[in-house]
Write a protein that binds this ligand. Sequence first.
Ligand code: AMP
Length: 221
Amino acid sequence: MTNIILLGPPGAGKGTQAKRLVEERGMVQLSTGDMLREARSSGTEMGQRVAAVMDRGELVTDEIVIGLIREKLTSGAAHGGYIFDGFPRTLAQADALGALLSELGQSLDHVIEMRVDDEVLVARITGRSTCGNCGEVYHDVTRPVPADGKCVNCGSTEIKRRADDNEDALRTRLLAYYKQTSPLIGYYHAKGQLESVNGLAAIEAVAAEISGLLGSQTQDA
Ligand code: AMP
């Protein structure tokens, strides 16, 4: 069982690579962004509380996201390991994750930073859309939605843009990343756990680089 963090700014490709790892290695993706969007769309009290914060591109409280992760980690084992995608995003979250994993007798095996340039992020994010049913990611230029409007993966026509994938919110999200999340690069570097890949390369090439770091464990490892 291998637990990994994918670290990088919005648009670095964390979700795309996480989905591949789920398919190829039977790992379980834990995206706090997805969990929060789910809470919003199912109209829970917490979902309603975080909606405006998310739309502005700011971070929701540590307490909420740590609670979400705690719930997932304590509710069952993922034999292929966990991919933390968009979590941790603050030093307090990183400390909480470390404590939670050791409480459960588990380890954090890789922290993979996806390095990208800001200009690329704007282009990637403003053209992005996602299948509301299966999470498949599309892009107006590099991976357009098929002409019939149906998801290539599941056939759903529920392909949507995220409310925070606009330039204003993106600016706030980038600022939040540099102010609150990028210190994690130093944090994990100091612990000797940081590895990085070139997030500007093609999806396949990034996937190959990540695979190289993870080694050849299979689903039963
Ligand atoms: P993402 O899908 O990872 O880009 O997350 C979308 C939004 O959800 C972020 O802009 C934050 O408002 C919120 N969010 C997701 N993960 C976290 C986290 N670990 N800590 C705080 N806020 C988060």
